[in-house]
Design a protein around this ligand. Structure first.
Ligand code: ADP
Ligand code: MG
Length: 565
């Protein structure tokens, strides 16, 4: 291919403009992004190499090398990974594929300062290079291709880029940053090393830089530190989850979370364990601080990355957690799965079943721990993820009781969503033998419902269920710790021992006294209502609608109607 000039996809051009024209709160991240791409490229080679070992050619050892040239003002990041074909270079470096970057783009506000901060938090992948460079050259050869099939890509980060064929002996990719004048501070071993150890320490590949040594000055010039030709490893080069807990700082855990989740905030909680026994694996799992926009999309990609013996196998390994825990992010590394495991195989594997159960238990204990010891964190968690946790009642029968204990509701006597079934039970009236609840669209609607009048009069607390999922979830939960759950909106509420004799008598008398009127009403409403009854449940309101025991509630009926069913 002779030299061609091509235009960036419109979104890339827009992104580049922003990258090159804004103030950067954190320019250092360019190195994090490029090193992580180099590491991804090595992961891809490892994965493809499982079935095609010839891809390694004669360089089986993978690493990432970072070097700089003071005179030429360049920084070069070289990997021995999978490499790029010419077409890959055009497609992958000319368009935006990464969902994290799209997400970033959708959050742009147009305000330079805020947007620049966003870049720092997110990173925008490859294009971050243009924060410090006014030109980037990428030279690459895809593993398995001939030496003549290399590619050189270059761009000044404006509207277009150039690609041409080149001869390249080494497999893999070099990204060469031609630094802007004001980015000269990066031409410094100490500076680059400190960025690598801050952001890329957990990368499982060795990251190498040239060693420095003291060089005596010549002709009375002062001496200085100068790079030698010897390479040294500057990161720990052990995947974070393979290291001992005591050797990992909270900052490193947080940084790792940000990298795998594309989240800009630190996580709410994390758990890291080596599980031994019949199935052996390591789990490093995080609960994010905030729910994603698409939390309620049950088909959304799961957040667990699967590794087998430290080889990256796949993102979004859905089989490793039940759907209701889809908000959890993390890594599972198993030594009991075959390296060529497929998604289909995962569904059937016994080891995967054991891992899923183990991970679920861990997450639940983590949440229980928050509930017991860190009430503020727990309510933050619950506000974000409480509703999705309820899906578990219908999905995860084995853990139903544990889940039920974690649920919190508002009630007729509390404003905050803080009442658990256990709290409720502890406050039950003498003689009360059910947990009463009402489903409604909002807390206000629930609280003001005429169906609550008799309960208020008698000082009986009623739980307000206002999440869309409540009605459905309650189909799976009939009792808590031996006490039945009872909707106040269904049938003739039986207040049992709470009803005094006078009230019962009054109700019976009313039934006889108002019979002619009830009959007339029944006749008039015969197409609309199954029955018309006198009741003691109302105190102030003249009438209310209830559904029959066992029927769909009005709330659920409305929901289904909205959903078009
Ligand atoms: P992401 O890494 O999230 O996919 P980037 O913007 O960082 O997004 O990179 C875009 C794409 O460019 C990558 O998905 C990959 O296909 C390609 N790429 C970038 N750097 C390299 C590299 N060092 N080796 C091979 N491919 C690369
Ligand atoms: Mg990337």
């Amino acid at each position: 291919m002779s030299k061609q000039t091509l235009s960036f996809q419109a979104e890339v051009a827009q992104l580049l403009k922003l990258v090159t024209h804004s103030l950067y709160s954190n320019p250092d991240i360019f190195l994090r992004e490029l090193v992580s791409n180099a590491s991804d490229a090595c992961d891809k080679l490892r994965f493809e190499g499982l079935n095609s070992p010839e891809l390694y050619e004669d360089t089986p050892d993978l690493d990432v090398r970072v070097s700089f040239d003071k005179a030429a003002k360049t920084i070069t990041i070289t990997d021995k990974g999978i490499g790029l074909t010419q077409q890959d270079a055009v497609e992958h470096l000319g368009t935006i594929a990464k969902s994290g970057t799209r997400d970033f783009m959708s959050k742009l506000s147009g305000d330079q300062k805020n947007d620049a901060q966003l870049i720092g938090q997110f990173g925008v992948g490859f294009y971050s290079g243009f924060i410090v460079a006014d030109k980037i050259t990428v030279e690459s050869r895809r593993a398995g291709l001939t030496l003549a099939e290399g590619v050189r890509w270059s761009s000044a980060g404006t509207g277009d880029f150039e690609v041409e064929t080149m001869e390249r002996a080494e497999r893999g990719t070099s990204v060469i940053l031609h630094l802007k004048d004001d980015a000269a501070e990066y031409l410094n071993t100490w500076k680059l090393k400190s960025i690598i150890s801050k952001y890329s320490d957990h990368i499982s590949l060795p990251i190498l830089m040239k060693k420095e040594a003291w060089k005596e000055g010549e002709n009375d010039q002062p001496g200085e530190m100068a790079t030698t030709d010897e390479w040294e490893t500057v990161n720990q080069a052990a995947a974070l989850w393979t290291r001992a807990k005591k050797d990992i700082t909270p900052e490193q855990y947080d940084e790792f979370y940000k990298q795998i989740s594309y989240d800009s905030q630190p996580p709410l909680a994390s758990t890291h364990n080596r599980v031994e026994g019949s199935t052996e694996y390591t789990q490093l799992l995080y609960i994010p601080a905030k729910a994603p926009m698409d939390l309620f999309n049950r088909d959304k990609a799961a957040g667990i990355k699967l590794y087998v013996k430290r080889v990256f196998i796949m993102d979004d390994a859905q089989a490793l957690l039940p759907t209701y825990l889809r908000f959890v992010k993390g890594v599972v590394d198993s030594s009991d799965l075959p390296l060529n495991v497929s998604r289909e195989l995962l569904q059937e594997s016994r080891a995967v079943k054991a891992i899923r159960e183990g991970c679920t238990k861990r997450i639940l204990s983590m949440i229980e721990d928050l509930a017991a010891n860190e009430p503020e964190k727990f309510s933050a968690f619950y506000a974000e993820f409480g509703a999705v946790l309820k899906e578990g009642l219908g999905e995860d029968f084995a853990n139903r009781e544990r889940l039920a204990k974690l649920l919190r509701f508002a009630s007729s006597t509390t404003d905050t969503t803080s009442v658990g079934f256990a709290d409720y039970k502890a406050r039950m009236k003498e003689g009360q033998d059910a947990i009463y609840y009402i489903t409604a669209d909002t807390q206000a609607a629930g609280k003001n419902s005429p169906q609550l009048e008799i309960f208020r009069k008698k000082g009986i607390e009623v739980l307000l269920m206002t999440d869309r999922v409540d009605e459905w979830a309650l189909n799976y939960l009939h009792e808590f710790d031996g006490t039945p759950l009872q909707s106040v909106a269904k049938g003739a509420v039986d207040l049992g021992k709470l009803q005094d004799e006078d009230e019962k008598k009054a109700a019976e008398e009313a039934q006889t006294q108002f019979k002619p009127m009830l009959d007339r009403l029944k006749e008039t409403l015969k197409d609309k209502a199954t029955d018309v009854r006198a009741t003691t449940r109302l105190v102030d309101s003249p009438a209310c609608l209830v559904v029959q025991d066992g029927d769909m509630s009005t709330q659920l009926a409305r929901m289904l109607k909205q959903a078009g069913q």
